[in-house]
Design a protein around this ligand. Structure first.
Ligand code: CP
Length: 331
């Protein structure tokens, strides 16, 4: 694998290899080994044309923990504001010897364009493109699910997929690259996915997606899914036609205090509440739900560093199983 552009087409074997490597990275982190030498002398460029907190910072932390040099590039304040093209920007970074380019772009397909071009030789990692995909978010979500449900099942071995899990993905599916990447990855790993959304926030062609679709959140919650993944309402990508009022959205589609109370009173004691962040508290999720003991929001952020370390390690160190694993290197 030279690039990571999407989870659509990622094989179960490749996904499990990334998750297992991330487990090793997490173990190294838990032993308080601050840095691994794996990527010493390599350069990772964070090329962000859209805002980010979690993804940009965790890629930076991941690269630094692997001893890589990191260059952070934000379009705001750069020559992109003067009209510089993606090609010229990429070639400028190539001239600075980038080994990996982590790109977030408002245009769906921009990372694939970069990877397919002869502008650069670096590995390209999609950190979120338009409404298309956010593969490392889906991988860290799968990692979080696998850790939680392995612990509940009393399993200690790596290499498990997500067979038997039922995941409800709720809200603004139309604009969500997180929903798309999760749908492809979770189903590849054996989970069953139900999308729950107002009809105006579902994409055209959803009938061909490998999932169930529901317009009734309470009906889906009554089936006690393994996880409820709330999506951010992407106000910046929509207009008033998508939903009439924030109050009505919160009441009909939000994971509010009432739904949290119903979940607490149900037999589904291990169901978790997920959110990729950033959250609109009081809209798609209430503060009580976001801060409850079932919420994995901060675990997801924490796991993002291990997963991104794994992705950088596997792409930049060569996919050679004869190499020492990160855990072996740390010993
Ligand atoms: N989940 C996510 O992509 O968050 P950021 O936009 O803060 O990176």
């Amino acid at each position: 694998m030279k690039h990571l552009l999407s989870t659509d087409g990622l094989t179960a074997a490749d996904a499990i290899r990334i998750l297992d490597t991330a487990e090793e990275m997490a173990v190294v982190g838990e032993r308080e080994v601050k840095k691994l030498p794996a990527l010493r002398g390599r350069t990772v460029v964070n090329l962000f044309f859209e805002d980010s907190t979690r993804t940009r910072i965790s890629f930076e932390a991941a690269a630094k923990r692997l001893s890589a040099d990191v260059i952070n590039f934000a379009a705001k304040g750069s020559s992109v504001s003067k009209g510089e093209s993606l090609k010229d920007t990429a070639q400028t970074l190539e001239a600075m010897s980038a080994d990996a380019v982590v790109i977030r772009h408002w245009a769906s397909g921009a990372p694939a364009r970069l990877a397919a071009s002869d502008w650069i030789d670096a590995a390209v990692i999609n950190a979120g493109d338009g409404t298309h995909e956010h593969p490392t978010q889906a991988l860290l979500d799968a990692f979080t699910l696998r850790r939680h449900w392995s612990r509940i099942a009393g399993r200690t071995s790596l290499g498990e997929d997500l067979s038997g899990l039922r995941i409800a993905i709720v809200g603004d599916v139309l604009h969500s690259r997180v929903a798309r990447s999760n749908l492809w990855l979770l189903t590849t790993l054996g989970a069953e996915v139900t999308l729950v959304a107002p009809p105006t926030l579902l994409p055209v062609g959803i009938e061909s997606w490998p999932c169930k679709v529901s317009f009734d959140l309470d009906e889906v919650l009554a089936t006690h899914p393994s996880a409820i993944m709330m999506l951010r309402v992407q106000g910046e990508r929509m207009n008033a036609a998508f939903f009439p009022s924030t109050r009505e959205y919160a009441r009909t589609w939000g994971f509010d205090d009432e739904r949290l109370a119903a979940l607490e009173a149900s037999p589904a004691k291990d169901t978790i509440i997920m959110h990729p962040g950033p959250m609109n508290r009081g809209l798609e999720i209430s503060s009580a739900a976001a801060d409850s003991s079932r919420s994995t929001v901060l675990d997801q952020v924490r796991n993002g560093v291990s997963v991104r370390m794994a992705v950088l390690y596997l792409l930049l160190s060569g996919d050679d199983s004869a190499q020492p694993t990160p855990a072996q290197e740390a010993r």
